[in-house]
Structure formats: C-alpha cells, structure tokens
Design a protein around this ligand. Structure first.
Ligand SMILES: NC(=O)c1ccc[n+]([C@@H]2O[C@H](COP(=O)([O-])OP(=O)(O)OC[C@H]3O[C@@H](n4cnc5c(N)ncnc54)[C@H](O)[C@@H]3O)[C@@H](O)[C@H]2O)c1
Length: 297
C-alpha cells in the first residue's frame, strides 16, 4: 500500500506529479538540488491549484491541505520514508543512473523506484540498482494535472507485484495507466516522434509550407495541434534526442532524424522555449518566420 510518494526533480513534470499525488491524498516529499528550483516548482503547483479554485472545482481549504501534504527538501535523506519514489530529473542517462544508485542506497528495501523518462531504458536504470524487480517506468504526460495517461513501462526484470502497485497508484491519482514493454521510445514516442520527424521532412523537401502541414493534420486528422507546432512546444532538442534514441536503439534507417531538425538544434532554435523553432514566439504571440530560412536546405 503506497502512502508516501517521493518525487525527485521539481521541474515541469516533477511539480505536476507532486501535485496529483498530494491531491489524491498522499504525503509527498519533493526534492530538487536548489531552493530556487523548489520555489519555482511550488509556485507552479500553487498557480495550477488556484485555477481550480477560481473555477470552483476546489475550495481554498482543499488547496491549502493539498499544498500542506507536499514537504520539500534539497536533501536526499527524507526520501528514505517514501513507499514509492518517482524520478523526474533532466533527461540524461548519466544523471538518472546516478539518481537511481543514490535512491537504491537510501530508500526502504520495499520501496518502488519509478522513472518518468521519455526515452531512457528502464532496464538500464534497474540495472544500476540492487532491486531491478522494483524499478518501473511511470511516464506521465505534460501537463500532468490535465493529461489522463500514465504509460507504465515494464523493464526486463520488473515484477508483476511492482506493476500492480503502480497501476493501482496511477488509478488512485485519477489517471488511466496503460502498459507497455521497455523498448526504445516505448509506445508514445515511437509513434509520435516519427510522425513529427516526417512532418519536418515534408517541410525540408518543400512538399508544403509549415502552415499547410500543420493545417492538414489539424483539420484532416482532427489533431488538436499540427506536428510542427507540437514539436516547437515539446522542444526541438528533445525531439532530436528521442529520434536518436529510436535510431540507435532500433537500428532502422526509417528513424533517422531529419537534417533540418539537426540544423535547427545546432542554431539554438529549440522551439517555444528559445523564442524560435518552426515558428517564432515573442510576447506570447507566434510570429511568422522567414519562409526561405525555414525551407533552406
Ligand atoms: N516536459 C515534458 O513534456 C515531459 C513529458 C514527459 C516526460 N518528461 C520527462 O520528465 C523528466 C523531467 O522533465 P522536465 O520537463 O520536468 O524537466 P525540467 O528541466 O523542467 O526539470 C528537471 C528538474 O530536475 C532537477 N534535477 C536535476 N538533477 C537532480 C537531482 N539529482 N536531484 C533532484 N533534482 C534534480 C532540475 O534542477 C530540474 O528542476 C525527463 O526525464 C523528461 O524526459 C518530460
């Protein structure tokens, strides 16, 4: 029975996971490396809950009690009390492996260690510990409080018991857990990223303008957002890293990242977060970018 949930990383995903865990009645211990990252994370939680208060979906009192269930720390030790710890740190295999080694040392022997990774092998993270049967992927989607899915990834050694506990916890958090095996990109990114990459190829090969590509997928396929806009929101560096994981991990040339994607990342055009990707962003308004540059080869 999972009562206390540890969360490592108070960034975009970590603070969302802490919020949904606390909202579903769990005690949460949230760790990041610096106080300023924690305050940023907690103010995101506050803002997100306030939106629900404003819409009368939550009372002020409930909001206060959710926040009071989240204990924050820059230390490792408080996490030793947790029944399950979700790692949501930077997507870097070295950083994550180190976090898993540390958690394995300090966590209670019965604790489950989960990763929110988008693409790193759960089997590899499990192998960094002495409890690979208790290591699993819990891939929440962004924004965590809104998105229903948790993609649950079973590493080669993950036990059925671990899977069952994580499935039950995800449901308690109000999410829909769907299971898959540990293969590069899991299901979500194995299907999504090649579609985005193909949209970039279509732009690169001047099949259509970015507006047409996005419009065709929105209006014709009923996607809420065109693939180029979605890539800008995800971050082009993240898209490139995931394509490389698919390409290296599956060894099939169909996953090769589009040269235009590489060029944009080299230029520092990372999408919305850097102000420019396939579109330009400034003052909250998306501006058109020079089509010649976008279509340049
Ligand atoms: N952002 C998304 O849309 C999204 C969606 C699904 C999954 N993910 C995955 O979630 C994970 C986190 O992504 P994010 O977007 O929240 O990143 P982020 O950069 O917003 O946050 C990462 C946080 O981890 C902290 N951190 C780094 N090392 C740490 C350590 N040793 N201990 C504690 N904190 C540490 C950083 O200070 C930072 O605050 C990644 O694995 C990413 O692939 C992201």
């Amino acid at each position: 029975m999972i009562e206390k949930v540890g969360v490592v990383g108070a960034g975009t995903m970590g603070n969302g996971i802490a919020q949904v865990a606390a909202r579903s009645g769990h005690e949460v211990i949230l760790r990041d490396v610096k106080e300023e990252f924690i305050s940023r994370g907690m103010s995101a939680v506050d803002k997100s809950l306030q939106r629900d208060v404003d819409k009368e979906r939550l009372s002020q009192e409930e909001k206060r009690s959710i926040i009071s269930r989240i204990r924050t720390t820059t230390e490792w030790q408080p996490l030793s009390e947790a029944d399950l710890i979700v790692e949501a740190v930077t997507e870097d295999v070295r950083v994550k492996t180190e976090v898993f080694r540390t958690l394995d040392e300090l966590a209670s022997p019965s604790a489950i260690l989960a990763s929110n990774t988008s693409s790193i092998s759960i089997t590899k993270l499990g192998a960094a510990t002495k409890r690979p049967d208790k290591v699993i992927g819990m891939h929440f989607m962004n924004p965590v409080p809104v998105m229903k899915l948790v993609e649950i990834i079973r590493g080669i050694a993950t036990s059925d018991e671990t899977y069952e506990e994580v499935r039950a916890l995800s449901e308690k958090m109000g999410k829909t857990p769907l299971e898959c095996n540990d293969m590069p990109g899991f299901v979500s990114n194995r299907v999504l990223m090649p579609m985005i990459n193909e949209a970039i190829f279509a732009l690169y090969e001047s099949v259509a303008t970015r507006e047409s590509i996005d419009g065709i997928m929105r209006l014709g396929m009923n996607h809420p957002m065109g693939p180029l806009t979605l890539a800008d929101f995800i971050g082009l560096d993240v898209c490139l890293a995931i394509m490389n994981v698919l390409y290296d991990g599956l060894g099939d040339p169909k996953y090769r990242p589009c040269p235009l994607l590489k060029r944009y990342v080299d230029a520092g055009w990372l999408g919305k977060k850097s102000g420019r990707g396939f579109y330009e962003y400034g003052d909250g308004v998306r501006k058109e970018v020079n089509r010649e540059i976008v279509n340049g080869k």
